[in-house]
Design a protein around this ligand. Structure first.
Ligand code: MG
Ligand code: MG
Length: 237
């Protein structure tokens, strides 16, 4: 999983470097697929439930599951979430980061920073003996205190031999509640936060999830190895 995680992290890094005004989301997807395959791994998302891309690329009010397209052009000021999974020798890594394109507004920057910080506050609770609610409540309390929403309809998850495994890892909840964490568990912690309401809609393509009010959204994720002490982020370069 460390190798799968490293390949995933490299692919996101390369995708993020390619986020520029005038570039299509398909171009970024091609870069990601090429890197994963060059490493002898397989893009986890490609063909998953029929998904046609190697990455989910979601812009501005798009929360998750954006299908890469040569007709979807990134513009200056956009915020672009790149969600990638890679399977190597039967094990998956799963990670997401939201990148700004060019001159991003201060309010968009603050939203992106909040999603990332929320992830780290949640991940800090991913210690053997704690419970899932400790992670969710740490994320929810911080995000809501910043005046943002936490998406309820989509959550983090266990990850390992399958891309999505039990347990669900919500970005909300109550400290001291939920499944107990144990050493060597691998979970994807992935706050999806919104500028306005946390309600979301699924587009007519059956994949793309957008905010219901059209306001911005940001997403940040790593695959996390639970230990007795400091959690290990398997998808961080
Ligand atoms: Mg992901
Ligand atoms: Mg995930």
């Amino acid at each position: 999983m460390r190798v799968a995680g490293r390949i995933t992290a490299e692919a996101i890094y390369l995708g993020g470097e390619a986020v520029k005004d005038g570039v299509s989301t398909k171009h970024i997807d091609d870069i990601i697929r090429h890197h994963i395959e060059k490493c002898g791994a397989v893009p986890s998302f490609l063909g998953y439930g029929g998904f046609p891309g190697s990455a989910c690329i979601s812009i501005n009010d798009e929360v998750i599951h954006g299908i890469p397209s040569k007709n979807r052009i990134i513009k200056d000021g956009d915020i672009v979430s790149i969600d990638v999974g890679a399977r190597y020798r039967g094990y998956h890594g799963d990670s997401c980061c939201t990148f700004g394109c060019g001159n991003v507004s201060d309010k968009a920057k603050r939203l992106m920073e909040t999603a990332e910080k929320a992830f780290y506050l949640g991940a800090a609770k991913a210690v053997a003996g704690n419970r899932l609610g400790d992670i969710g409540s740490a994320i929810q309390e911080y995000v809501e205190a910043q005046g943002y929403g936490v998406v309820r309809q989509y959550v983090g998850h266990g990850v390992g031999r399958e891309l999505h495994e039990d347990p669900e890892v919500p970005n909300f909840g109550h400290a001291g509640h939920g499944v107990r964490l144990y050493k060597n568990m691998t979970i994807a912690i992935e706050p999806m936060i919104t500028e306005g309401t946390y309600d979301v809609r699924v587009a007519s393509d059956g994949w793309l999830v957008t905010t219901a009010d059209g306001k911005l959204s940001s997403h940040y994720e790593h695959t996390v190895l639970v230990t007795d002490g400091e959690p290990e982020l398997l998808t961080k370069l």
